[in-house]
Design a protein around this ligand. Structure first.
Ligand code: H2B
Length: 97
């Protein structure tokens, strides 16, 4: 099981990810894409990465605004795997924007 990060460690990692906020119970970001199909294309790419990492974000879809939340359910909080996934989500959003 992956190790839970402390509140300090979560704060430090969040300092490197300006679009993300959160605490040891979860981290999240929103992303507004240009259209609903563009948002769904991002979700599709995130799905592929989630399968690759075997780590899956919670995703809320509202027209062209996506909200991602990352938490390691099996650990009951935030781990390094959530930050790895968050960075991969940022890469995808960046290349789609
Ligand atoms: C069996 C498989 O590794 C687990 O169920 C994985 C799948 N994806 C997951 N994703 C997230 N975010 N947390 C988990 O605990 C988790 N567990």
């Amino acid at each position: 099981m992956a190790d839970l990060l402390t509140a300090d460690a979560v704060r430090e990692e969040l300092g490197r990810l300006p679009d993300w906020s959160g605490d040891p119970t979860g981290i999240g970001r929103t992303a507004q894409l240009g259209s609903f199909p563009a948002a769904i294309a991002v979700v599709d790419r995130v799905a592929a990465v989630a399968e690759e990492l075997d780590h899956h974000p919670d995703i809320d879809i509202r027209w062209r605004t996506l909200t991602f939340r990352c938490v390691t359910h099996s650990a009951g909080g935030v781990t390094h795997r959530d930050f790895e996934l968050a960075r991969r989500i940022d890469d995808i959003v960046r290349s789609a924007a």
